[in-house]
Design a protein around this ligand. Structure first.
Ligand code: NDP
Ligand code: DXP
Ligand code: MN
Length: 378
């Protein structure tokens, strides 16, 4: 039996993680969860799984939970709550919170020797070197949940010396068939309409700008200890091949499946064992019929280029990239800026930043905060 603590229970990945736990009560239990403000969904989850520790994003949300709770549990708020959930018990932390707020709970969980199933890519983007250093010191396992990274994880074996490159597939997002000129007046509603995946709002916008793929290149660099020039991105609009590993003899191993996040979530918790997925009919390739691939156009998808450049530059550049992007996406979702402002704002923030070569945790937290404040005023 594996005990799980879950950050971000009310989100897209959080809800699917609870589906996985619910489907396999003989394999998994849940002892702690965090959510932000969605008390309606959280209350139902809490009454079903009865976690011992609960964290809410605001005091108001915590008060609603406390008033409605039918059993005794610790209910905390904000970063204190996230840290309490992350460090509770002895199991695996599933980090499915959105954004760099996931960084410090991840580090706290690692310090108490928890394995981390990581969906929260922003943590690895903003502070990959700190997470990896702590992983070396603690020996904990960091298991990818992101579909591309889970695919690569499943295609890798041995010590990676025989790997030529990692190939991340990209769906192209909501606007993949539009030129940049056609993006001038696109709406939030259009951008949230991802062709293949149903996901939270922030990652769906990242997917439309292709910043998601850029964050994923940086995530792959840290997760698999792979130099940037050995990480490729290819456009694959069906999202059936979730990613590939090319070996030095030209062999390419790919992971295929229907676009269903329960698969990588569950594998991160059950590996190396595989468990059935309730209600899944599996992949019917005769229905898919054809798979398509295109070379990436880095001028069309500027955010991808920006992210790869920031990753290669290293130091505090990825922190700025991530924080500027989080703020710009939030402004776009609030209809305060246009879609094309997102990558312009990120580019401006990167140009205005004076890089720190090896930022400490406190540097990262400070740069994250400052960058958000600056971008909010652009
Ligand atoms: N969705 C997907 O299919 C995939 C997601 N990912 C990654 O997983 C992570 C989660 O994505 P997704 O599930 O789509 O996101 P959602 O927006 O659907 O969910 C985010 C979760 O985090 C909580 N949350 C948000 N902000 C805060 C905060 N400041 N403090 C505490 N809790 C907070 C939300 O709570 P509430 O809603 O209650 O306010 C919610 O539970 C992201 O990093 C994303 O990039 C990676 C691969 C695929
Ligand atoms: C499901 C998942 O892992 C997302 O990150 C997904 O990859 C988004 O798709 P694209 O960024 O390829 O559009
Ligand atoms: Mn992904």
């Amino acid at each position: 039996m594996k005990d799980i603590q879950l950050l971000g229970s009310t989100g897209s990945i959080g809800v699917q993680t609870l589906d996985v736990i619910r489907s396999h009560p003989e394999e998994f239990s849940l002892s702690a969860l965090s959510f932000g403000v969605n008390t309606d969904v959280a209350l139902k989850q809490i009454e079903e799984f009865k976690p011992s520790v609960i964290s809410a994003g605001t005091k108001e949300a915590a008060d609603i939970i406390k008033q409605s709770l039918s059993y005794s549990a610790d209910v905390l708020v904000g970063s204190e709550g996230l840290h309490a959930v992350a460090t509770y018990g002895k199991g695996t932390l599933v980090n499915a919170v959105m954004g760099s707020v996931g960084l410090t709970p991840t580090l706290e969980a690692m310090k108490v020797k928890k394995d981390i199933a990581i969906a929260n890519k922003e943590t690895l983007v903003t502070a990959g070197h700190i997470v990896k250093e702590l992983q070396k010191q603690t020996g904990v396992d960091i298991i990818p949940v992101d579909s591309e990274h889970s695919a690569i994880y499943q295609c890798l074996h041995g010590d990676h010396k025989d790997v030529d490159k990692l190939i991340l597939t990209a769906s192209g997002g909501s606007f993949r068939d539009k030129t940049r000129e056609e993006l001038v007046n696109v709406t939030v509603k259009d951008a949230l309409n991802h062709p293949n995946w149903s996901m939270g709002a922030k990652i769906t916008i990242d997917s439309a700008t292709m910043m998601n793929k850029g964050l994923e290149v940086i995530e792959a660099h840290w997760l698999f200890d792979m130099p940037y020039d050995q990480i490729d991105v290819i456009l694959h609009k069906e999202s059936i091949i979730h990613s590939m590993v090319e070996y030095i003899d030209g062999s390419v191993l790919a992971h295929l499946g229907t676009p269903d996040m329960r698969v990588p979530i569950q594998y991160a918790l059950s590996k190396p064992q595989r468990l059935a997925i309730k209600g899944s009919e599996g992949l019917k390739l005769w229905e898919v019929q054809a798979l398509h691939f295109e070379k990436m156009d880095y001028d069309r998808f500027k955010a991808l280029k920006l992210a790869i450049e920031a990753g290669k530059e290293g130091g505090s550049a990825p922190t700025v990239l991530n924080a500027a992007n989080e703020m710009a996406v939030s402004l776009f979702l609030d209809s305060k800026i246009s879609f094309l402002d997102i990558d312009s704002f990120v580019s401006r923030a990167l140009h205005e930043h004076s890089k720190i070569s090896v930022p400490s945790l406190s540097d990262i937290l400070e740069i994250d905060k400052e960058t958000r404040e600056k971008v909010a005023l652009y």
